[in-house]
Design a protein around this ligand. Sequence first.
Ligand SMILES: NC(=O)c1ccc[n+]([C@@H]2O[C@H](COP(=O)([O-])OP(=O)(O)OC[C@H]3O[C@@H](n4cnc5c(N)ncnc54)[C@H](O)[C@@H]3O)[C@@H](O)[C@H]2O)c1
Length: 374
Amino acid sequence: MTVELTQFELLPLLRGALIARDNTPVVLQPSQAEPTVTISADGADVAEVAAAVAAALPTDLSLPATIKVTAGGAAAVVEASKLGGAATVPSSRQPEAGHASSRAGVVAGRVALVTGGAQGFGEEIVRSLHASGAWVFVADLNIDGATRLTEELGERATPIKVNVADEDSVRAMAEQVVATTGGIDLVVSNAGIARAGSVLSQELSAFQLSTEVNYVAFFLVTKHLGQILRQQHVAAPDWTTDIVQINSKSGLVGSNRNAAYAGSKFGGIGLVQSFALELVDHRVKVNAICPGNFLDGPLWSDPDNGLFVQYLRSGKVPGAKDVDDVRRFYESKVPMGRGTHGADVMRALFYIVEQDYETGQALPVTGGQVMLSS
Ligand SMILES: NC(=O)c1ccc[n+]([C@@H]2O[C@H](COP(=O)([O-])OP(=O)(O)OC[C@H]3O[C@@H](n4cnc5c(N)ncnc54)[C@H](O)[C@@H]3O)[C@@H](O)[C@H]2O)c1
Protein backbone atom coordinates (compact mmCIF):
# COMPACT_ATOMS: atom_id res chain seq x y z
CA MET A 1 0.00 0.00 0.00
CA THR A 2 1.31 3.48 -0.84
CA VAL A 3 0.24 6.80 0.59
CA GLU A 4 -0.53 9.49 -2.00
CA LEU A 5 1.09 12.77 -1.05
CA THR A 6 0.55 16.21 -2.51
CA GLN A 7 3.49 18.54 -3.16
CA PHE A 8 2.35 20.49 -0.11
CA GLU A 9 2.88 17.37 1.99
CA LEU A 10 5.94 16.01 0.24
CA LEU A 11 8.32 18.97 0.22
CA PRO A 12 8.22 19.62 4.00
CA LEU A 13 9.00 15.92 4.53
CA LEU A 14 12.08 16.19 2.33
CA ARG A 15 13.08 19.46 3.98
CA GLY A 16 12.63 17.83 7.39
CA ALA A 17 14.82 14.88 6.36
CA LEU A 18 17.61 17.23 5.24
CA ILE A 19 17.32 19.28 8.45
CA ALA A 20 17.49 16.10 10.53
CA ARG A 21 20.55 14.95 8.61
CA ASP A 22 22.54 18.19 8.93
CA ASN A 23 20.89 19.84 11.97
CA THR A 24 20.63 23.09 10.06
CA PRO A 25 17.79 24.68 8.07
CA VAL A 26 17.75 24.35 4.29
CA VAL A 27 15.89 25.93 1.41
CA LEU A 28 14.25 23.88 -1.35
CA GLN A 29 13.54 25.77 -4.55
CA PRO A 30 11.76 24.45 -7.66
CA SER A 31 14.32 23.43 -10.27
CA GLN A 32 14.23 22.79 -13.99
CA ALA A 33 17.67 21.17 -13.84
CA GLU A 34 18.29 17.51 -14.49
CA PRO A 35 18.00 15.66 -11.21
CA THR A 36 21.29 14.46 -9.83
CA VAL A 37 19.82 12.46 -6.96
CA THR A 38 16.55 10.56 -7.15
CA ILE A 39 14.78 9.38 -4.03
CA SER A 40 11.69 7.20 -4.26
CA ALA A 41 9.73 6.51 -1.13
CA ASP A 42 6.51 4.64 -0.61
CA GLY A 43 4.81 3.71 2.61
CA ALA A 44 1.48 3.09 4.24
CA ASP A 45 1.54 6.38 6.11
CA VAL A 46 3.33 9.70 6.17
CA ALA A 47 5.76 8.60 8.89
CA GLU A 48 6.83 5.62 6.78
CA VAL A 49 7.36 7.85 3.75
CA ALA A 50 9.40 10.25 5.89
CA ALA A 51 11.53 7.38 7.17
CA ALA A 52 12.02 6.09 3.63
CA VAL A 53 13.04 9.55 2.38
CA ALA A 54 15.51 9.91 5.24
CA ALA A 55 16.93 6.43 4.66
CA ALA A 56 17.27 7.01 0.92
CA LEU A 57 19.16 10.31 1.29
CA PRO A 58 22.76 9.63 0.28
CA THR A 59 25.03 10.32 3.25
CA ASP A 60 27.60 11.94 0.99
CA LEU A 61 25.05 14.31 -0.59
CA SER A 62 26.48 17.79 -0.17
CA LEU A 63 24.29 20.85 -0.60
CA PRO A 64 23.51 22.64 -2.85
CA ALA A 65 22.18 19.72 -4.84
CA THR A 66 19.36 18.98 -7.23
CA ILE A 67 17.09 16.33 -5.81
CA LYS A 68 14.14 14.51 -7.34
CA VAL A 69 11.88 12.95 -4.78
CA THR A 70 8.84 10.80 -5.52
CA ALA A 71 6.39 9.39 -3.04
CA GLY A 72 2.99 7.97 -3.80
CA GLY A 73 1.46 10.15 -6.50
CA ALA A 74 3.71 13.19 -6.02
CA ALA A 75 7.08 14.11 -7.42
CA ALA A 76 9.25 17.17 -6.95
CA VAL A 77 12.51 18.35 -8.45
CA VAL A 78 14.16 20.89 -6.23
CA GLU A 79 17.44 22.67 -5.64
CA ALA A 80 18.38 22.08 -2.04
CA SER A 81 20.74 24.62 -0.53
CA LYS A 82 21.83 26.10 2.75
CA LEU A 83 21.65 29.84 3.09
CA GLY A 84 24.95 31.66 3.44
CA GLY A 85 25.92 32.23 7.03
CA ALA A 86 23.49 29.62 8.25
CA ALA A 87 23.93 28.80 11.90
CA THR A 88 22.22 26.26 14.04
CA VAL A 89 20.08 27.57 16.84
CA PRO A 90 22.09 27.70 20.05
CA SER A 91 20.36 25.46 22.53
CA SER A 92 20.84 25.00 26.23
CA ARG A 93 23.24 22.23 25.31
CA GLN A 94 25.58 24.71 23.65
CA PRO A 95 27.79 26.97 25.76
CA GLU A 96 27.32 30.07 23.60
CA ALA A 97 23.58 30.15 24.35
CA GLY A 98 22.61 33.13 26.44
CA HIS A 99 25.27 35.53 25.16
CA ALA A 100 23.60 38.56 23.61
CA SER A 101 26.12 38.54 20.76
CA SER A 102 24.84 35.12 19.65
CA ARG A 103 21.23 36.29 19.41
CA ALA A 104 21.19 37.27 15.74
CA GLY A 105 22.55 33.81 14.95
CA VAL A 106 19.41 32.16 16.24
CA VAL A 107 17.54 32.92 13.00
CA ALA A 108 20.39 32.76 10.47
CA GLY A 109 19.49 30.38 7.67
CA ARG A 110 15.94 29.93 8.95
CA VAL A 111 12.85 30.52 6.85
CA ALA A 112 10.43 33.02 8.39
CA LEU A 113 7.10 34.58 7.44
CA VAL A 114 5.74 37.84 8.85
CA THR A 115 2.09 38.71 8.29
CA GLY A 116 1.47 42.44 8.04
CA GLY A 117 5.17 42.75 7.19
CA ALA A 118 4.88 45.73 4.84
CA GLN A 119 4.92 48.45 7.51
CA GLY A 120 5.02 49.20 11.24
CA PHE A 121 6.22 46.53 13.67
CA GLY A 122 5.99 43.94 10.87
CA GLU A 123 8.44 45.87 8.68
CA GLU A 124 10.87 46.25 11.59
CA ILE A 125 10.68 42.50 12.24
CA VAL A 126 11.20 41.71 8.54
CA ARG A 127 14.25 43.98 8.29
CA SER A 128 15.83 42.56 11.41
CA LEU A 129 15.21 38.89 10.51
CA HIS A 130 16.59 39.48 7.03
CA ALA A 131 19.68 41.31 8.33
CA SER A 132 20.23 38.33 10.64
CA GLY A 133 20.42 35.93 7.70
CA ALA A 134 16.86 34.55 7.52
CA TRP A 135 14.77 34.05 4.37
CA VAL A 136 11.72 36.25 4.95
CA PHE A 137 8.25 36.10 3.41
CA VAL A 138 6.54 39.48 3.66
CA ALA A 139 2.85 38.56 3.71
CA ASP A 140 0.51 41.51 3.52
CA LEU A 141 -2.77 42.77 2.11
CA ASN A 142 -0.71 45.69 0.83
CA ILE A 143 1.18 43.81 -1.88
CA ASP A 144 2.71 47.01 -3.29
CA GLY A 145 4.27 47.82 0.07
CA ALA A 146 5.42 44.21 0.55
CA THR A 147 6.96 44.14 -2.94
CA ARG A 148 8.75 47.47 -2.42
CA LEU A 149 10.26 46.16 0.80
CA THR A 150 11.39 42.83 -0.67
CA GLU A 151 12.90 44.57 -3.71
CA GLU A 152 14.88 46.79 -1.38
CA LEU A 153 16.06 43.79 0.66
CA GLY A 154 17.04 41.73 -2.41
CA GLU A 155 17.75 38.00 -2.11
CA ARG A 156 16.01 35.92 0.56
CA ALA A 157 12.91 38.16 0.62
CA THR A 158 9.61 37.14 -1.02
CA PRO A 159 6.35 39.13 -1.07
CA ILE A 160 3.01 37.34 -0.73
CA LYS A 161 -0.39 38.95 -1.07
CA VAL A 162 -2.68 37.68 1.67
CA ASN A 163 -5.80 38.60 3.55
CA VAL A 164 -5.19 36.85 6.85
CA ALA A 165 -8.91 36.91 7.66
CA ASP A 166 -9.77 34.82 4.56
CA GLU A 167 -9.15 31.07 4.71
CA ASP A 168 -8.64 30.53 0.97
CA SER A 169 -6.10 33.34 0.94
CA VAL A 170 -4.21 31.92 3.95
CA ARG A 171 -4.23 28.42 2.41
CA ALA A 172 -2.78 29.83 -0.81
CA MET A 173 -0.10 31.63 1.23
CA ALA A 174 0.93 28.35 2.87
CA GLU A 175 1.11 26.65 -0.54
CA GLN A 176 3.28 29.46 -1.89
CA VAL A 177 5.67 29.08 1.05
CA VAL A 178 6.11 25.35 0.36
CA ALA A 179 6.52 25.96 -3.37
CA THR A 180 9.21 28.60 -2.71
CA THR A 181 11.34 27.23 0.15
CA GLY A 182 9.95 23.75 0.83
CA GLY A 183 8.96 24.65 4.38
CA ILE A 184 9.32 27.15 7.19
CA ASP A 185 10.78 27.54 10.68
CA LEU A 186 9.32 30.74 12.15
CA VAL A 187 5.81 32.15 11.71
CA VAL A 188 5.20 35.68 13.00
CA SER A 189 1.47 36.43 13.11
CA ASN A 190 1.69 40.21 13.28
CA ALA A 191 -1.04 41.70 11.04
CA GLY A 192 -3.57 43.53 13.15
CA ILE A 193 -5.90 46.51 13.15
CA ALA A 194 -7.26 48.86 15.80
CA ARG A 195 -10.92 49.93 15.70
CA ALA A 196 -11.48 52.04 18.78
CA GLY A 197 -14.99 52.95 19.91
CA SER A 198 -17.42 53.00 22.83
CA VAL A 199 -19.29 49.79 23.61
CA LEU A 200 -22.43 51.95 23.69
CA SER A 201 -22.14 53.10 20.10
CA GLN A 202 -19.60 51.07 18.10
CA GLU A 203 -20.92 49.57 14.88
CA LEU A 204 -21.09 45.76 14.92
CA SER A 205 -19.19 45.70 11.61
CA ALA A 206 -16.17 47.48 13.19
CA PHE A 207 -16.21 45.06 16.15
CA GLN A 208 -16.42 42.08 13.81
CA LEU A 209 -13.63 43.30 11.51
CA SER A 210 -11.33 43.69 14.50
CA THR A 211 -12.21 40.18 15.67
CA GLU A 212 -11.64 38.70 12.19
CA VAL A 213 -8.21 40.29 11.62
CA ASN A 214 -6.80 40.11 15.16
CA TYR A 215 -8.34 36.86 16.45
CA VAL A 216 -9.79 34.58 13.74
CA ALA A 217 -6.79 35.20 11.47
CA PHE A 218 -4.38 33.84 14.10
CA PHE A 219 -6.36 30.58 14.02
CA LEU A 220 -6.18 30.47 10.20
CA VAL A 221 -2.46 31.25 10.05
CA THR A 222 -1.67 28.64 12.71
CA LYS A 223 -3.92 26.07 11.03
CA HIS A 224 -2.37 26.28 7.56
CA LEU A 225 1.27 27.06 8.36
CA GLY A 226 1.11 24.68 11.32
CA GLN A 227 0.41 21.85 8.84
CA ILE A 228 3.80 22.50 7.23
CA LEU A 229 5.53 22.52 10.63
CA ARG A 230 3.84 19.25 11.58
CA GLN A 231 4.91 17.60 8.32
CA GLN A 232 8.55 18.69 8.74
CA HIS A 233 8.50 17.36 12.29
CA VAL A 234 7.62 13.86 11.08
CA ALA A 235 10.98 13.75 9.30
CA ALA A 236 12.90 16.00 11.74
CA PRO A 237 11.66 15.04 15.21
CA ASP A 238 14.40 17.00 17.03
CA TRP A 239 13.95 20.26 15.11
CA THR A 240 12.12 22.99 17.04
CA THR A 241 10.00 25.55 15.21
CA ASP A 242 8.08 28.63 16.34
CA ILE A 243 4.78 30.42 15.95
CA VAL A 244 4.83 33.88 17.52
CA GLN A 245 1.81 36.15 17.76
CA ILE A 246 2.45 39.88 18.02
CA ASN A 247 -0.22 40.58 20.59
CA SER A 248 -0.38 43.79 22.68
CA LYS A 249 -0.36 45.14 26.20
CA SER A 250 -4.11 45.39 25.48
CA GLY A 251 -4.15 41.58 25.51
CA LEU A 252 -3.16 41.69 29.19
CA VAL A 253 -5.19 44.63 30.59
CA GLY A 254 -8.46 46.18 29.41
CA SER A 255 -8.47 49.25 27.18
CA ASN A 256 -11.01 52.04 27.63
CA ARG A 257 -13.27 52.60 24.56
CA ASN A 258 -11.15 50.03 22.75
CA ALA A 259 -12.94 46.80 23.64
CA ALA A 260 -12.99 45.32 20.14
CA TYR A 261 -9.20 45.50 20.05
CA ALA A 262 -8.54 44.42 23.64
CA GLY A 263 -11.08 41.57 23.46
CA SER A 264 -9.52 40.21 20.27
CA LYS A 265 -6.04 40.42 21.82
CA PHE A 266 -7.15 38.75 25.10
CA GLY A 267 -8.62 36.00 22.93
CA GLY A 268 -5.28 35.71 21.14
CA ILE A 269 -3.59 34.79 24.43
CA GLY A 270 -6.15 32.00 24.93
CA LEU A 271 -5.36 30.70 21.45
CA VAL A 272 -1.60 30.91 22.12
CA GLN A 273 -1.93 28.85 25.29
CA SER A 274 -4.23 26.29 23.68
CA PHE A 275 -2.24 25.95 20.44
CA ALA A 276 0.93 25.59 22.54
CA LEU A 277 -0.56 22.65 24.45
CA GLU A 278 -1.49 20.86 21.23
CA LEU A 279 1.46 21.68 18.97
CA VAL A 280 4.11 20.79 21.56
CA ASP A 281 3.58 17.24 20.24
CA HIS A 282 5.06 18.45 16.94
CA ARG A 283 7.85 20.37 18.66
CA VAL A 284 6.26 23.68 17.69
CA LYS A 285 6.46 26.39 20.36
CA VAL A 286 3.67 28.98 20.37
CA ASN A 287 4.19 32.25 22.22
CA ALA A 288 2.99 35.86 22.18
CA ILE A 289 4.86 39.14 22.43
CA CYS A 290 2.83 41.94 24.01
CA PRO A 291 4.34 45.30 23.02
CA GLY A 292 3.41 48.69 24.39
CA ASN A 293 2.58 51.61 22.11
CA PHE A 294 4.81 51.95 19.03
CA LEU A 295 4.71 55.75 19.19
CA ASP A 296 7.22 56.17 16.33
CA GLY A 297 5.31 53.78 14.03
CA PRO A 298 2.84 54.82 11.33
CA LEU A 299 -0.23 53.82 13.36
CA TRP A 300 0.56 56.60 15.84
CA SER A 301 2.72 59.06 13.91
CA ASP A 302 1.06 59.20 10.47
CA PRO A 303 0.60 62.98 9.99
CA ASP A 304 -2.87 62.61 8.41
CA ASN A 305 -4.56 59.67 10.16
CA GLY A 306 -2.21 58.67 12.97
CA LEU A 307 -3.55 58.21 16.49
CA PHE A 308 -1.77 61.38 17.72
CA VAL A 309 -3.73 63.47 15.21
CA GLN A 310 -6.96 61.56 15.86
CA TYR A 311 -6.68 61.93 19.65
CA LEU A 312 -5.84 65.63 19.30
CA ARG A 313 -8.91 66.21 17.11
CA SER A 314 -11.25 64.20 19.34
CA GLY A 315 -9.98 65.86 22.53
CA LYS A 316 -9.21 62.46 24.08
CA VAL A 317 -6.19 63.91 25.91
CA PRO A 318 -7.42 66.72 28.20
CA GLY A 319 -5.60 70.03 27.63
CA ALA A 320 -3.52 68.81 24.66
CA LYS A 321 -2.84 71.67 22.23
CA ASP A 322 -0.74 69.83 19.65
CA VAL A 323 0.45 66.33 18.76
CA ASP A 324 3.55 66.73 20.95
CA ASP A 325 1.25 67.17 23.98
CA VAL A 326 -0.58 63.97 23.02
CA ARG A 327 2.69 62.11 22.61
CA ARG A 328 4.01 63.31 26.00
CA PHE A 329 0.76 62.16 27.62
CA TYR A 330 1.27 58.60 26.35
CA GLU A 331 5.00 58.61 27.16
CA SER A 332 4.21 59.67 30.72
CA LYS A 333 2.19 56.45 31.20
CA VAL A 334 5.35 54.36 30.66
CA PRO A 335 7.67 53.95 33.68
CA MET A 336 10.63 53.89 31.27
CA GLY A 337 9.38 57.09 29.63
CA ARG A 338 9.17 56.12 25.96
CA GLY A 339 7.20 54.09 23.46
CA THR A 340 8.15 50.58 22.30
CA HIS A 341 10.67 50.27 19.46
CA GLY A 342 11.00 47.53 16.86
CA ALA A 343 14.37 46.59 18.41
CA ASP A 344 12.63 45.94 21.77
CA VAL A 345 10.24 43.51 20.06
CA MET A 346 13.14 41.84 18.24
CA ARG A 347 15.01 41.15 21.49
CA ALA A 348 11.88 39.34 22.69
CA LEU A 349 11.56 37.45 19.41
CA PHE A 350 15.18 36.28 19.48
CA TYR A 351 14.72 35.16 23.08
CA ILE A 352 11.59 33.18 22.22
CA VAL A 353 13.23 31.40 19.28
CA GLU A 354 16.41 30.71 21.22
CA GLN A 355 14.62 29.45 24.32
CA ASP A 356 14.07 25.72 23.78
CA TYR A 357 12.28 25.29 27.07
CA GLU A 358 9.23 27.56 27.05
CA THR A 359 5.91 27.66 25.26
CA GLY A 360 2.44 29.16 25.70
CA GLN A 361 3.76 32.41 27.19
CA ALA A 362 2.81 36.04 26.69
CA LEU A 363 5.90 38.23 27.00
CA PRO A 364 5.28 41.92 27.81
CA VAL A 365 7.58 44.47 26.12
CA THR A 366 6.12 47.64 27.60
CA GLY A 367 8.84 49.54 29.48
CA GLY A 368 7.16 48.51 32.72
CA GLN A 369 3.69 49.79 31.77
CA VAL A 370 2.13 46.36 32.16
CA MET A 371 3.36 43.90 34.77
CA LEU A 372 2.28 40.28 34.91
CA SER A 373 0.37 39.03 37.91
CA SER A 374 -0.50 35.45 38.85
N1 LIG B 1 1.31 50.22 16.93
C1 LIG B 1 1.21 49.95 18.22
O1 LIG B 1 1.28 50.85 19.06
C2 LIG B 1 1.01 48.51 18.67
C3 LIG B 1 1.14 48.22 20.03
C4 LIG B 1 1.00 46.91 20.47
C5 LIG B 1 0.73 45.91 19.56
N2 LIG B 1 0.60 46.21 18.25
C6 LIG B 1 0.30 45.11 17.33
O2 LIG B 1 1.36 44.99 16.40
C7 LIG B 1 0.86 44.50 15.18
C8 LIG B 1 1.29 45.44 14.06
O3 LIG B 1 0.76 46.71 14.36
P1 LIG B 1 1.30 48.04 13.64
O4 LIG B 1 1.05 49.16 14.52
O5 LIG B 1 2.67 47.81 13.14
O6 LIG B 1 0.25 48.14 12.43
P2 LIG B 1 0.30 48.93 11.06
O7 LIG B 1 -1.08 49.41 10.83
O8 LIG B 1 1.42 49.93 11.02
O9 LIG B 1 0.65 47.76 10.01
C9 LIG B 1 -0.18 46.64 9.89
C10 LIG B 1 0.13 45.90 8.60
O10 LIG B 1 -0.79 44.81 8.52
C11 LIG B 1 -1.37 44.78 7.22
N3 LIG B 1 -2.72 44.20 7.29
C12 LIG B 1 -3.83 44.75 7.85
N4 LIG B 1 -4.89 43.93 7.70
C13 LIG B 1 -4.44 42.83 7.04
C14 LIG B 1 -5.05 41.64 6.58
N5 LIG B 1 -6.36 41.40 6.75
N6 LIG B 1 -4.28 40.74 5.95
C15 LIG B 1 -2.96 40.95 5.74
N7 LIG B 1 -2.33 42.06 6.14
C16 LIG B 1 -3.06 43.00 6.78
C17 LIG B 1 -1.39 46.22 6.77
O11 LIG B 1 -1.46 46.31 5.34
C18 LIG B 1 -0.07 46.75 7.35
O12 LIG B 1 1.00 46.57 6.45
C19 LIG B 1 -0.66 44.39 15.33
O13 LIG B 1 -1.03 43.08 15.64
C20 LIG B 1 -0.94 45.33 16.50
O14 LIG B 1 -2.11 44.98 17.18
C21 LIG B 1 0.74 47.49 17.78
